[in-house]
Design a protein around this ligand. Structure first.
Ligand code: HEM
Length: 206
């Protein structure tokens, strides 16, 4: 049975509801001082993890649509991807605002000095480009280049997972589980990576 347009709308409504509830949940934790001894760090962790979760869910959509022959599901990618960017922006905002007190020079130094932060920044830039070009007019104008650009989401998920792994000081089980999910999702795109490597090898031999 194919998902109807109403079914798709309900799925979108559910995504909005889940995102709003997540935001309200964090707001409540802040309001009630329930974030422990270092609330800023906890907020950064919560928002980073939420952004990564949304990124992974976004990457589940195409394989699911193909597996269950539900082409309409593809339309969920944009809303999920935009929410991922929203959480990533809040993650970055809390870090710059509440952790660094708007010390932009210190922020730039940290991004250059700490490799895990460099990877986080690269991921954020990719998400920014994907979010801007998800606007329909821009998408239409970009033609085939749009698909090439939007495939960088595969690199974004890899970079974000390494950023997470690298940022963790103890308890590696969770990041390893995230790596397993990330590689399972990227394995579905092995043709892209094969042609990417072929293209890269060809360029090097010229
Ligand atoms: C300029 C961009 C970014 C900066 C400066 C940044 C910075 C940080 C910082 C300071 C931490 C905490 C490290 C610690 O505990 O000492 C962190 C953790 C994390 N970040 Fe980022 N980040 C960026 C982008 C991203 C993006 C785009 C994602 C996901 C899509 C992400 C996901 C995460 C995750 C999952 C964690 C670990 C959370 C946990 O330990 O529970 N970050 N990041």
């Amino acid at each position: 049975m194919k998902i109807s347009k109403t079914g798709l709308l309900s799925a979108k409504a559910l995504i909005h509801l889940a995102s709003l509830s997540t935001f309200l949940y964090l707001w409540l934790l802040v309001e009630q001082n329930a974030l422990g001894a270092d609330p800023v760090k906890e907020m950064i962790h919560f928002l980073g993890k939420t952004a990564l979760n949304y990124l992974l869910i976004t990457l589940c959509i195409s394989p699911l649509a193909r597996r269950f022959k539900q082409p309409l599901l593809i339309q969920l990618r944009r809303v999920l991807g935009l929410y991922c960017f929203f959480w990533a922006c809040l993650h970055l905002l809390v870090f710059i605002w509440l952790d660094l007190n708007w010390e932009v020079t210190l922020f730039a130094e940290e991004v250059v000095k700490r490799p895990y932060m460099t990877l986080g920044a690269l991921t954020w830039v990719i998400l920014l480009a994907l979010s801007i070009t998800s606007i329909n007019v821009i998408r239409r104008r970009m033609k085939r280049a749009w698909l090439t650009l939007h495939r960088t989401i595969y690199w974004a998920v890899l970079l974000a997972t390494i950023h997470y792994y690298w940022s963790v000081k103890s308890g590696l089980i969770e990041p390893i589980i995230y790596f397993a999910i990330c590689f399972t999702l990227l394995a579905q795109r092995k043709d892209y990576f094969k042609s990417f490597l072929k293209h890269y090898a060809k360029k090097k031999s010229v």
